[in-house]
Design a protein around this ligand. Structure first.
Ligand code: C2E
Ligand code: MG
Ligand code: MG
Ligand code: MG
Length: 284
């Protein structure tokens, strides 16, 4: 680990130990090919209102359509993306596809938002804001249709530009969510310091919520805090109805999880929206 000093900001980064080994070189060239050839695709996981069960939006989660290894999940390549400084390329590839999807849904009469994940490395890039604002203009997408999620651990690193960029994005009308809340050791003052609209409670708290009093107490405390700060809460990783019912009774508004829907292709997400639309117009 190397300590870096820049202005007021002190952060630590991991110096890749095996930077030069053959595996890494191959992975790097594969990642570059993937960015050039458009092998990164968004999968969409629905977010829903816990009370009505209606879809309120989707989170885009990257998948790598690898030419020989099949469909890869972020855990297999996200760290390499960051260490090879390809974050902004990934972000822009995801963002373009998301903007196109929003336009398709708009055309079908589905008024949805899509949430994109970003890490601190992206925010610290001075081109990030321009990339986002140009994207909205070029694709004629309203700012409030795009949400951006940032993990708590991204903020901890205290990259110089993060706060500035988040404030600019917020001014543009983009909704911001603090992802994986509770896992990144962020101090609670971050909630005041940064302009977040949503807090996402990490799935590690939700998984034991029905049988662990302590986890339940933590979730309750987060919900109270969010209410006091006028923020909305999304519970991640809801895997069964009991968890949904309990969270609803505790006052949580939104949820995501395998119980409601796994990350899916754009076509499957469109089907889900179509079904919702049909059942709304023909209630059984
Ligand atoms: P995240 O943003 O916190 O996303 C939630 C993760 O939990 C996703 O994993 C999702 O598939 C999974 N999940 C959703 N519901 C459930 C559930 O009920 N149970 C369980 N066990 N898991 C559930 P995934 O897709 O593998 O993504 C992992 C992480 O990779 C994401 O965590 C996010 O931090 C990162 N990531 C994903 N896409 C992008 C991207 O485009 N850019 C960046 N920078 N990071 C991304
Ligand atoms: Mg997320
Ligand atoms: Mg999360
Ligand atoms: Mg996560």
């Amino acid at each position: 680990y190397v300590k870096q000093q820049g202005g007021d900001d002190v952060f630590w980064y991991h110096k890749a130990i095996n930077e030069h080994n053959a595996h890494n070189i191959q992975l790097e060239s594969e990642l570059r090919a993937a960015t050039n050839e458009g092998q990164f695709v968004p999968y969409y996981q629905p977010k829903f209102a816990l009370d009505t069960g209606m879809i309120t939006g989707f989170e885009a989660l990257v998948r790598w359509q690898h030419p020989t290894r099949g469909l890869l999940k972020p855990i297999d390549f996200i760290d390499a993306i960051i260490s090879h400084k390809l974050s902004l390329e990934l972000f822009s590839q995801m963002a373009v596809q998301i903007a196109e999807q929003l336009t398709i849904w708009q055309g079908l009469g589905f008024d949805q938002h899509i949430c994109i994940n970003a890490d601190a490395a992206e925010f610290s890039n001075p081109d990030f804001f321009d990339l986002v604002s140009n994207l909205l203009i070029e694709h004629d997408v309203a700012a409030n249709q795009l949400h951006i999620e940032v993990t708590e651990s991204s903020l901890i690193q205290r990259h110089a530009n993060v706060k500035k960029q988040l404030n600019l994005l917020k001014k543009l009308g983009i909704c911001l969510a603090l992802d994986d809340f509770g896992t990144g050791y962020a101090s609670l003052s971050y909630l005041q310091e940064y302009p977040f609209d949503f807090i996402k409670i990490d799935k590690s708290f939700i998984s034991k919520i029905t049988d662990d009093r302590t986890q339940r107490a933590i979730v309750k405390a987060i919900l109270d805090l969010a209410e006091a700060l006028d923020m909305q809460v999304i519970a991640e990783g809801i895997e069964n109805e009991q968890q949904r019912d309990l969270l609803l009774s505790m006052g949580c508004q939104y949820g995501q999880g395998y119980w409601f829907g796994k990350p899916m292709t754009a076509e499957q997400a469109t089907q889900m929206l179509t079904q919702q639309h049909l059942s709304k117009s023909n209630p059984s």
